[in-house]
Design a protein around this ligand. Structure first.
Ligand code: COA
Length: 368
């Protein structure tokens, strides 16, 4: 995982908009959030991906597919996944972005699993990343207190046996598209002076409706994915849900009859990091020793679209982090440097080729 070092507390926010630490904590559970400074979605994704490659002791050249779940890509075009692919030197990998709002990472995880189960791919990198701080209206107190920036990544490898991902489900209800939306900047309302003046490039949300949607859909998704995996809700050792609001998580736990100890909660530190929240929570749970081999986990996301997604899995083994030989890390850092040089070289060669064609055209000769 990667989160920017810069921290914005509730008290900091209270100096910008009419709000208070007490209001934010009581209504959401959030105490602070990490806000990107010079980082972009791609740079945060690359940091998280490199950390995942190190933990798994994997070679970036072995990655078959890179899926980046994000609603805040660096550019509308090209995909952030391609920027990640280039920086990792993942020369054999296909790369694509996926936007399912805050459900994005769990969507991508389910799709990565299908890609492996089909036999088409063996090693898939799945990243959830978000830089929502640049899409949030810092004058709107009902949304700006909620969100933060960050990235989380996992590597999925083909393996035999009944562990790993056991079941998944994906859901959508586009009739709620207007409940959580960035109205302008796309083809419906391309950027113009008017869209900027009306602040239409910022995220807008109907908080109450989204809250009602989440508390209705998430418990059902958890029950359904557990059943698909041949489990009961009681068999679930840990739920890693999208970290939007503590009250949502409490309502979900109550509906399922599960104690809150079975839920990972870290939103007090990071706020809602959208597609990054589930992999960040997963990563912290591993680091804190909360996840042990043999345990059953459910990962569940919900958000813009409206969308929801759930994955049930059996955690099979502890990460190989302690056993990674140091020269493997050295080799990876050489590969990353080489990837950067290769890119510069290719861009230079392309520029020279274009210049050559222009010169030939000026001389009246057709380019060879
Ligand atoms: N500080 C102080 N007051 C605030 C405030 C803030 N940051 N934001 C809103 N308020 C005020 C409102 O203006 C309103 O005042 P009014 O009664 O005078 O009109 C009052 O608080 C209640 O607003 P309301 O929107 O009804 O609050 P709420 O209890 O529904 O909580 C959310 C608001 C956003 C915290 C809550 O709806 C929520 O968490 N929704 C889900 C959002 C979410 O998780 N989205 C991401 C999903 S991926």
């Amino acid at each position: 995982m990667y989160v920017p070092p810069r921290v914005l507390t509730n008290d900091d926010l209270a100096q910008r908009v009419e709000t208070s630490h007490t209001w934010i904590v009581e209504r959401t559970g959030i105490e602070r959030r990490h806000i990107a400074d010079r980082e972009t979605s791609a740079t945060m994704a690359i940091e998280a991906a490199r950390a995942a490659l190190q933990v798994a002791d994997a070679d970036p050249r072995d990655i078959d597919l890179i899926l980046v779940a994000t609603a805040t890509p660096d550019y509308l075009m090209p995909s952030t996944a391609c920027l990640v692919q280039d920086a990792l030197g993942a020369i054999r990998a296909g790369a694509v972005d996926l936007n399912a709002g805050c459900s994005g990472f769990v969507y991508a995880l389910a799709m990565a699993n299908q890609a492996i189960a089909s036999g088409e791919h063996r090693l898939v990198l799945v990243i959830g990343v978000e830089k929502l701080s640049c899409m949030v209206d810092w004058q709107d107190r009902s949304t700006c207190v909620l969100f933060g920036d960050g990235a989380g990544a996992v590597l999925l490898r083909a393996a035999e046996g009944r562990s790993g991902i056991l079941a998944s489900l994906l859901g959508a209800d586009g009739s709620g598209a207007d409940l959580l939306i960035i109205p302008a900047g796309g083809s419906a309302q391309p950027p113009s002076l008017e869209t900027v003046e009306k602040r239409l490039h910022y995220l807008r949300m109907n908080g109450r409706e989204v809250f009602r949607f989440a508390t209705r859909v998430v418990p059902r998704a958890i029950e359904q994915v557990a059943e698909k995996a041949g489990l009961t809700v009681r068999d679930i050792d840990l739920v890693i849900a999208h970290q939007a609001n503590l009250r949502i998580l409490e309502a979900v736990a109550k509906r399922l009859g599960l104690p809150m100890e079975r839920f990972v909660v870290n939103l007090q530190e990071y706020g809602n990091t959208s597609a990054a929240s589930v992999p960040i929570a997963l990563c912290e749970a591993v680091q804190n020793g909360r996840i042990q081999p043999g345990q059953h986990l459910v990962l569940v996301g919900f958000g813009a679209g409206l969308t929801w997604a759930a994955v049930a899995l059996k955690w099979s083994e502890a990460p190989a982090r302690l056993a990674v030989p140091r020269f493997h890390n050295l080799l990876r850092s050489i590969l990353y440097r080489w990837a950067a040089w290769r890119t510069r070289l290719r861009q230079l060669l392309r520029r020279l080729a274009v210049e050559g064609i222009r010169r030939a055209e000026r001389r009246g000769k057709p380019p060879s």
